[in-house]
Design a protein around this ligand. Structure first.
Ligand SMILES: Nc1ncnc2c1ncn2[C@@H]1O[C@H](COP(=O)(O)OP(=O)(O)OP(=O)(O)O)[C@@H](O)[C@H]1O
Ligand SMILES: [Mg+2]
Length: 387
């Protein structure tokens, strides 16, 4: 069963996916907009193209005729994926999933309107004027996000009416693609937020990983931990919502479904139809299979019977501090000698401030103290500096 996989996006999550695929003897062509991206370093082949360019994508797919197309990022001309599906290529998890999640409007309307899931109250706006009106309707404070963006790009919180024009201008700088529209969401004063990794399979058996807690700063996660302590009924509600959204989008794979948990219950936020960055905590072998192995097995149609938690764990990101064309690290020996921990350095060819260059994971046995495991991960990550 040697299958050919075209991986669209070659970051650190893609790299772990390729490693999982190599371990089961698959062939992977890793694609990105720049050469020597992390996943390319471990793949069988590489292609450098602009994935927002439909013609370039068509040429790539024609050249390789893969069995599977596995998107690793959102910035892809996803409309083309429907055609590849028609040609008999399996898109992971499905063309619809990749296409809907690249635009916040499609996924939010699906969740809130079609499925009736609880989300933050929201409106859309295509100009600063419309934003004024939308902000009145959802109320202050509220969060403005470009419809097409990720990692918090172009996203800001409106705290007073004076912030509205600035929020609009900022959203236009951070927007990717051809859409000027934004979503404005009521600010959810949540107690904590989670990622619920959800596995959909060809045989219809949908499974859930233990919930992952995380903390966000500047639009990206800083630490994540598993399991996140949460009330049983909140977990059931989140699982039920995740099952509904993933079923509506279709296909097999791992999904990172994001929720806010407030005093008034569970809010669906958004989801990624692929391994999630906060799920790097599973690299601490917190589960019988990490999120990348689960994704790969779902892709190949290898049945997973159960997902078990084997340890508790945490992850903390290693961020670059400066621009470099040849990034290096100091403090690695501290990581290497720390007990009950591990780390990854992604091999990114260049750095810029706050670029994610690596991750530290820590763990303990199941009756360990999750707070201790998280602080250990944070402390270790803080000992590493990039040069
Ligand atoms: N309505 C909201 N109320 C309160 N906090 C919010 C709201 N929307 C977003 N946030 C905060 O901002 C973070 C990023 O938001 P969101 O996940 O929508 O953006 P993103 O750019 O898609 O991020 P990523 O691609 O990194 O997941 C959330 O994890 C949450 O911490
Ligand atoms: Mg998010």
């Amino acid at each position: 069963m040697n299958k050919k996989i075209v991986l669209l996006g070659s970051g650190e999550l893609g790299k772990e996916f390729v490693i999982a695929a190599q371990r089961l003897g698959q062939t992977v062509i890793a694609v990105d907009s720049y050469d020597n991206a992390p996943a390319m370093q471990v793949a069988d082949g590489r292609e450098v193209i602009n994935m927002l360019d439909g013609k370039a994508l068509d040429a790539l797919v024609a050249k390789h005729s893969p069995d599977y197309i596995v998107p690793e990022i959102e910035a892809i001309r996803t409309e083309r994926l429907y055609d590849y599906e028609k040609q008999g290529i399996t898109v992971i998890p499905s063309a619809k999933a990749a296409n809907f999640t690249m635009n916040r409007k499609s996924i939010r309307d699906l969740a809130a309107k079609d499925l009736g899931l609880k989300t933050a109250n929201y409106r859309y706006a295509t100009s600063a004027q419309e934003l004024q009106k939308a902000v009145k309707e959802v109320g202050i404070p509220c969060v403005v996000k470009p419809l097409m963006s990720s990692s918090g790009k172009g996203q800001s919180t409106i705290k007073t009416p004076d912030d509205i024009q600035r929020a609009w201008d900022y959203s236009q700088e951070g927007s990717r693609g051809d859409v000027a529209e934004v979503i404005v969401e009521a600010f959810v004063n949540f107690n904590y937020e989670i990622t619920l990794l959800t596995l959909t399979q060809h045989d219809g058996n949908t499974l859930f990983c233990p919930p992952i807690g995380h903390r966000q700063e500047r639009g990206d996660y800083q630490e994540s931990w598993q399991p996140a302590a949460m009330q049983e009924d909140h977990l059931k509600t989140a699982q039920d919502m995740a099952a509904q959204v993933t079923a509506a989008l279709g296909g097999a794979g791992i999904w990172g479904v994001e929720f806010f948990i407030g005093n008034d219950g569970v809010y669906f936020s958004e989801l990624s139809p692929r391994p999630h960055d906060t799920g790097m905590v599973t690299l601490a072998n917190t589960q019988n299979y990490n999120e990348f192995e689960l994704h790969l097995r779902a892709v190949l149609g290898l049945p997973i019977k159960e997902i078990t938690q084997e340890r508790i764990g945490a992850s903390a990101v290693i961020l670059a501090t400066a621009h470099s064309e040849n990034p290096g690290f100091t403090g690695i020996n501290t990581l290497a000698t720390a007990p009950k921990s591990d780390f990854r350095l992604f091999g990114k060819p260049t750095s810029r401030p706050y670029r994610r260059m690596g991750v530290v994971v820590t763990y303990d046995d199941l009756n360990g103290d999750i707070t201790e495991v998280v602080s250990r991960a944070k402390e270790l990550a803080a000992k590493v500096k990039t040069t």
